[in-house]
Design a protein around this ligand. Sequence first.
Ligand SMILES: [Zn+2]
Ligand SMILES: [Zn+2]
Ligand SMILES: [Zn+2]
Length: 400
Amino acid sequence: MKTIKDAIIETSKLKVQGNNITHKANIQELLKEAMAIGQDLTTSISKLGSSQGTQNNTTPEATQPTVNTMAAQIVQLSKDMKEMKTLVSNTLESNTKTWAQVVGNENTTGNEGPPNQHRKLRAKRSEQIKEEAAKYSIKLLATNAPNEVKKRLAEMTHKDLIGQLQNAINKQYANNPPKLLPGMTKNDKDTYYRLQCKSPEEVQRLKSMNWGAAYEGLTEHKRKHGFVVHGVLKADLDPSTDNPDKAIEELEVENSSRNLHIVKLSTIKKKNPENPGIITRHHSVIIFTYSATEANECMERGVIIKGRFYSNIEKYAPQLNITQCYNCWGFGHVGAKCRKKQRCNNCGETEHTANECTNTTQCLGCGEGHPAWHRECKKWNEESTRLEQLRTTTLPHFIE
Ligand SMILES: [Zn+2]
Ligand SMILES: [Zn+2]
Ligand SMILES: [Zn+2]
């Protein structure tokens, strides 16, 4: 026990950067888990001891499950130790994993029904894997391309498109041009194309590629990293009324020690249907940057707005907030992006809207006698419980 405690302290002292931030977090998580299991074991053992002391007060059947539980805990503990060993060696090894190896890791974590906390940990790791896999890919958008270009892209096979893009890359990079892997995602409807490279370094080198030279209007989609600053005085910063360029410039100057480059400012829209008239003096501001490092830096160190220091900051993760579609009344997407049939929120039918509805009220989510948007709906509760759990498995920082 004491050794694990020491290990936790030692690990927390480690100074790490880049990928190793995640490895360190994982190791800490595992150590804490090992600690909890160890404590459980100690309790079980002492219980076992006392029940033996009182002899025949406890039947053998009563102690049996405890022994089984302990055995299971020991198995889990040794599994955790193994995982920890792998993590430690990952941390030490140079960062030359291929994309396939990163994705392949997903299947190597245990798979037989572990307790809930282990499942959570695994979910957290698969989020990490997803983020890490993203470093091996590059997303291109043709949203602003002329229709004629969009049409040509749509008609092209995956293989031909990769070939054409590789040709354009070869023309722009005289020295050792980055290589695209033979496999891509092609979404002609939303005109996005996701390409894969062998290493994050190649992806990084492609950041300077002029994709417009290959196809007019083709651009790289840069991922925005947002963080939410809570309790900001509206008088000091209000992205809905301030001049955006001026506000961004001022913030960048004030936070130049965090090397902050802002792409966009926004606010969290608070829904308070009971009190729509109440105007608050404070609000939550979302700051977006292209750089994970800059976002992490601000989340860790806080930000300065009009001389005031703010440290109540969290990662902007809209997927963790409940959204209900006003078109189909399903969850997890907004009406503007819905591709399903419009439904009546009073009865669930597709042929009319609620205004025209003459049917009895029946929720299309749960079948009970309330409209589909009702907050006391079983579906709404299920969705918020799901998000609650997702929240506990989401990484608090961005992966660079
Ligand atoms: Zn919908
Ligand atoms: Zn209806
Ligand atoms: Zn319902």
